[in-house]
Design a protein around this ligand. Structure first.
Ligand code: HEC
Ligand code: HEC
Ligand code: HEC
Ligand code: HEC
Ligand code: HEC
Ligand code: HEC
Ligand code: HEC
Ligand code: HEC
Length: 508
């Protein structure tokens, strides 16, 4: 039985005993046992961290055993790992099942009331039961968000030009290298930190003195986090602990935290789109936790997840899209321009791709992509088709084709505008009025960064996700054109200044 087809009578009872529903109904249905180890954890933790225990009780993990889940097919929420250890199959997934997995692999394992516990439960741990989701996620740029930024010698200059402390001394402005702690409090909140164990601390607790590991880069739920067992990423970026819920991950708010902008404005664009308006007006009537998720029955406009990740069926039961945790697999273009849009990269770790100008960027300064670093025409076609398959549940082909034609046009338009700005910056570097040593730290360079990072990106995102307001006067085309004019004017000033300076030197 799908969760959707609960008998009407049950729904009426739920309405009457609504306040009892979250815990009562699901437990009664399953009566699934909790392991002895987890009962011991809960014995203390319902007092030390009652909030954690309450969220866990609401989760599917507290109500379904791996054995029960392995009997369902994938579209109905079944487990994608078939080799869950037999000793774990017969009881629900409690505290001990997650926090004591793979103890040897974890440098954060500590002795805790007779158990070998670790704090940071990682994708590798989740893979014990959710292997397919983990493999897909590990292949995506999200899992590489730390290394794509901090392993790229050009981007670390961008990091420094934002986070490095500025000093004004004897009439000169300098900018230092940022401290780890500053990066962790800024870029790495979303990209993910490197979590390392730096010792042990002895603490007094309500239940006596205990030892705990001391972690740096923690707490953090960035998508590309480097974990103490060597794995990358954090599933809690979208499935917040300890409810680990599908309905949360399907809500646009799950993505808002990181995709809001001004550099990455997907969420803002969505909120001013028709789709966003429909979500706002109607989502209380939608079935956000339903598996499988049926367009036209459970929802009638898409959220971020619908287009980018979800398994979606039509009302006849036909599969329109299969679920994926590889967020690049439905994208043919990377519209987030660095500085230009380009076909998606072949591999998610792009930190060592170098362009003709010697910069670690995947596009050359003229806008062409670096050879062999991006996917080819056939693969692009396949991915675009995957994205369009969901649209067709609610739109006709001509509507969808018209949309993508507009997207391609606006991508191209924004790229040509960026090229004008980039040509002026390359000229400034060549004539020596600006220095390419750090391409992002001088005033004229910061104008250039804004032109592509904020404004050209907004134009492209607005076209991709149909939120026009954000792409024109609010944050797009107007500011892009204005910034390019500013670059021109400032270039004039720098060149006049240099001419005067040379004049002075000659007349001496
Ligand atoms: C005797 C009581 C007791 C038992 C049993 C117990 N815990 Fe704890 N646990 C605590 C206390 C107290 C803390 C400290 C809370 C604080 O820092 O305020 C704690 C902290 C933790 C932390 C956080 C550590 C940190 O530094 O961030 C984790 C994770 C944890 N426990 C998991 C478990 C798991 C899993 C089990 C069962 C296998 C378990 N605990 C069993 C009492 C207990
Ligand atoms: C970028 C956000 C995001 C991240 C990060 C993420 N997920 Fe998900 N996850 C989703 C969405 C959205 C869905 C719902 C998919 C659907 O509608 O079919 C989902 C669904 C699931 C499901 C439910 C599948 C089922 O059959 O019931 C599992 C299990 C899951 N994710 C595990 C993971 C694991 C493990 C990780 C870490 C490797 C992870 N997720 C990381 C967004 C995310
Ligand atoms: C499905 C696996 C899973 C289960 C079950 C689980 N946890 Fe966790 N727990 C996690 C993950 C993942 C994190 C780390 C969150 C992150 O990466 O952002 C975490 C973090 C924690 C922390 C540290 C967070 C903080 O705010 O201090 C404590 C304490 C904890 N869990 C206790 C528990 C207790 C108690 C239970 C049982 C009621 C439990 N966990 C059940 C996966 C699990
Ligand atoms: C010991 C096995 C096991 C481990 C380890 C485990 N899970 Fe699960 N997970 C399950 C089972 C069983 C279900 C219930 C599936 C069903 O019946 O729909 C589930 C369901 C889920 C769902 C879907 C919830 C919903 O609302 O439908 C998500 C998301 C999820 N798990 C994420 C995680 C993440 C993230 C981790 C690691 C931090 C993790 N799980 C670790 C067994 C496990
Ligand atoms: C914790 C922050 C965070 C959350 C939450 C998050 N993302 Fe992301 N996402 C990122 C980062 C960072 C990247 C880029 C990584 C890189 O390029 O190395 C990314 C990349 C992506 C990409 C890939 C872009 C490409 O061109 O390949 C898509 C699509 C995406 N996210 C969609 C989503 C959706 C949908 C959600 C919500 C369900 C979501 N994200 C939630 C941080 C996040
Ligand atoms: C609020 C969350 C957030 C913060 C904070 C953040 N980023 Fe990002 N970053 C993202 C997202 C989301 C993406 C993916 C954008 C996309 O593909 O649409 C991304 C992608 C990137 C990329 C592209 C990586 C690649 O794959 O080539 C670079 C470079 C980058 N960010 C630089 C930075 C720098 C520098 C900082 C700090 C000064 C920073 N980011 C802070 C969310 C964030
Ligand atoms: C109607 C479907 C749809 C919805 C809803 C949607 N997107 Fe998109 N998204 C797209 C399309 C189409 C593209 C561009 C695909 C391409 O060019 O290959 C895109 C591109 C992206 C990118 C890629 C940027 C890059 O680096 O190339 C990210 C990140 C993203 N969307 C995140 C989100 C988030 C977050 C939400 C919700 C707030 C969302 N999307 C809602 C269809 C959608
Ligand atoms: C679950 C149904 C559903 C899906 C899936 C869906 N849409 Fe829509 N979309 C709608 C509805 C309903 C409207 C509102 C139509 C109107 O203007 O009256 C809409 C509106 C639009 C608009 C008009 C925006 C405007 O401001 O005028 C565009 C463009 C669009 N969708 C493109 C897409 C694309 C492209 C996809 C797939 C990537 C997609 N949609 C997927 C239901 C959906």
């Amino acid at each position: 039985m799908s969760r959707h087809t609960l008998p009407e009578a049950v729904l009426v009872l739920v309405a009457i005993f609504g306040w009892l529903w979250p815990v009562q109904a699901r437990t009664d249905k399953n009566k699934a046992p909790v392991s002895e180890d987890s009962q011991t954890c809960i014995g203390c933790h319902s007092q030390v961290t009652p909030g954690i225990v309450a969220s866990w009780r609401r989760s599917m993990h507290a109500h379904v055993t791996p054995l029960q889940a392995m009997k369902k097919d994938e579209m109905h929420g079944g487990l994608t790992s078939r080799d869950v250890p037999v000793s774990m199959q017969g009881h629900v997934v409690g505290c001990a099942e997650c926090h004591t997995l793979n103890p040897k692999a974890h440098s954060d394992t500590f002795e805790h009331n007779g158990f070998q516990v670790h704090v940071v439960v990682t994708p590798k741990d989740c893979a014990t039961c959710h292997k397919k989701e983990v493999d897909q996620f590990e292949n995506s740029v999200m899992a590489k968000a730390y290394v794509d930024l901090m392993g790229n010698p050009t981007y670390t200059k961008l990091v420094s030009s934002v986070n490095g402390m500025q000093h004004w001394d004897k009439g000169k402005l300098t900018q230092g290298t940022p401290k780890n702690a500053t990066n962790e409090g800024a870029c790495l909140q979303c990209h993910g930190t490197k979590v390392t164990v730096v010792g042990t601390s002895h603490r007094e607790t309500d239940m006596g003195d205990m030892d705990f590991p001391k972690l740096t880069g923690w707490p953090n739920a960035g998508v590309g986090r480097i974990n103490p067992d060597g794995s990358t990423g954090s599933c809690t970026a979208c499935h917040t602990r300890h409810s680990f819920s599908v309905s949360e991950a399907r809500s646009p708010e799950a993505c808002e935290r990181c995709h809001k902008g001004p550099d990455v404005p997907a969420y803002k664009v969505y909120t001013v789109s028709k789709h966003g308006a429909l979500y706002k007006a109607h989502h209380h009537d939608w079935h956000m936790g339903e598996l499988p998720w049926v367009a036209g029955r459970d929802f009638d406009a898409p959220t971020c997840a619908t287009c980018h990740m979800s398994g979606v069926l039509d009302t006849q039961g036909k599969v329109l899209a299969t679920r994926t945790h590889d967020v690049g697999s439905r994208l043919d273009t990377r519209i987030f321009g660095l500085p230009y849009s380009h076909p998606q990269p072949v591999v998610a770790d792009t930190s060592r791709v170098k362009n003709k100008a010697g910069l670690y960027l995947i596009t050359n300064l003229d806008g062409t992509p670096v050879k062999d670093a991006v996917i080819g025409r056939q693969e692009r076609k396949k991915r675009r088709k995957r994205m369009q398959a969901t649209c067709l549940a609610c739109h006709s082909q001509s509507w969808v084709q018209g949309h993508f034609k507009n997207l391609d046009h606006m991508d191209n338009w924004a790229d040509k505008m960026v090229k004008t700005g980039t040509t002026m910056i390359a000229h400034a570097w060549k004539t020596g009025v600006a220095s390419p040593e750090n391409p992002f730290d001088e005033y004229i360079e910061k104008l250039w960064v804004e032109s592509w990072l904020f404004y050209a990106n907004s134009v492209r995102f607005a076209a991709a996700m149909a939120g026009a307001d954000y792409g024109v006067f609010a944050h797009g085309a107007w500011y892009l054109s204005r910034t390019i004019t500013q670059i021109r004017d400032f270039l004039d000033i720098l060149e006049q200044d240099r001419a005067r300076h040379i004049g002075k030197v000659i007349s001496h």
